[in-house]
Design a protein around this ligand. Structure first.
Ligand SMILES: *Cc1c(COP(=O)(O)O)cnc(C)c1O
Length: 386
């Protein structure tokens, strides 16, 4: 079993290299110098393991990557300037013109944009499938399919994929699987243990955890990471800045405490919604009413803070009044930080509306607030519409 406390507090620190300070310095440097020609020659021959220039390596990022790779049970990781930089670089590394991707439908909106608008310009096609049935992935595989892309659960509607089953289908056909694991954090879902090859994170969410950075991670085998490093990482240049890496390191110190707290509070809040007459559906994978609850229990360790509820009202103005009446929950996109958020799906423009995105659907994120305080806020907002 992996030792999360050791990983978070000690792995990769090398404190003797920085005066035994408990907190690592920010290596705010673009460049590194060498004493002689032979030294720089050796570094260039082994760029992956050298400090030459901070578009490739930086000691603050090295520390961070070791920790995140260990949390995800993979050999190595790379840190990117955003979740989308991580996702796009990883995807690009596996496809050539003429190749085909099988992806879960309703994936994160910008990943979806990449697959529907960007990749076709370079001759890469994607088939989207209802990911609730593993066989749908098998059926969509073609001769030129290279990868299977998962996001379990996807946001807004929170449909799950049976990760182990889909990874097995991919293995059998010699395909690579990638998963966006941002929803769960490495602490509550472990895709590597279920056979997934590449694990992606928007570290702007739980890994950073304080709503103060935009960042992304790619985790995988040494072989895959070395290839991505040499090509997409250095070539597209999407590396995270040293300071943001330092902020993520600081965020990681409290990852377990935050996830535990969020998990407990979320349990209380979803129970409140499950019993509320003005709520017809709670779309949280670990809410017993979720149609894939058993699968969620099998592959997810505990609840995290993002979910939607379908309000039991037909008057959309009332749904809007409900959202506008919330005070502790503030209106915004994103999630994973300290603040509790509400995102009204009715605010989507026509282009973004997908199957199941009804205007009585409201997405919530439970931050570090107290459960009773959040429930009081919901009570007073429900009172406004009854
Ligand atoms: C936010 C998010 C992303 C994109 O990450 P950025 O850090 O905003 O680029 C990708 N996937 C999921 C599931 C997300 O929630």
């Amino acid at each position: 079993m992996k030792d999360i406390s050791y990983i978070i507090n000690h792995l990769g620190e090398d404190r003797e290299n920085y005066y035994n300070a408990i907190t690592p310095p920010v290596f705010q440097t673009s460049n590194y110098v060498f004493r002689n020609v032979n030294e720089i020659r050796k570094a260039i021959a082994d760029e992956k393991n050298s400090h030459i220039y901070s578009r490739g390596n930086n000691p603050t990022l090295d520390m961070l990557c070791k920790k995140v790779a260990a949390l995800e049970d993979t050999d190595e990781a790379l840190a990117f300037a955003s979740g989308m930089a991580a996702i796009s670089s990883a995807l690009i590394s596996f496809v050539n013109s003429g190749d085909h991707i099988v992806s879960v439908r309703n994936n994160y909106s910008w990943t979806n944009m990449l697959m529907t608008k960007f990749f076709p310009r370079f001759g890469v096609e994607t088939t989207f499938v209802d990911g609730r049935v593993p066989e749908n992935f098998a059926k969509a595989i073609r001769k030129n399919t290279r990868i299977i892309y998962l996001e379990s659960p996807n946001s807004i509607t929170f449909e799950l994929q049976d990760i182990e089953a889909v990874a097995a289908i991919a293995k059998e056909r010699g395909l690579t699987t990638l998963i966006d694991n941002s929803y769960s954090s490495p602490l509550t879902q472990s895709p590597a243990s279920m056979g997934v090859d590449i694990i992606l994170h928007s570290a702007s969410k739980y890994l950073g955890g304080h709503s103060d950075i935009v960042a992304g991670m790619v985790c995988g085998s040494s072989e895959n990471i070395a290839r991505i490093f040499k090509n997409e990482y250095l070539g597209l240049g999407g590396i995270l800045s040293p300071f943001n890496a330092w902020l993520m390191l600081r965020g990681l110190r409290t990852l377990q405490a935050r996830i535990d707290r969020i998990s407990e509070t979320t349990g209380k809040v979803i129970r409140y919604f499950e019993n509320h007459p003005l709520v017809s559906e709670v779309l949280h994978p670990l809410s017993p009413g979720h149609p894939q609850y058993e699968l969620a229990v099998k592959q997810m360790l505990k609840p995290t803070g993002l979910f939607s509820v379908r309000l039991n009202i037909s008057d959309i103005d009332k749904a809007e009044l409900f959202v506008n009446s919330l005070r502790q929950f503030i209106i915004g996109v994103s999630w994973g930080g300290h603040e509790s958020l509400v995102f009204p799906v009715m605010s989507f423009d026509a282009e973004r509306v997908k199957e199941g995105y009804t205007s009585n659907l409201v997405r919530f994120y439970i931050g570090l607030d107290d459960a009773d305080c959040l429930i009081r806020d919901l009570d007073q907002a429900f009172d406004k519409i009854t």
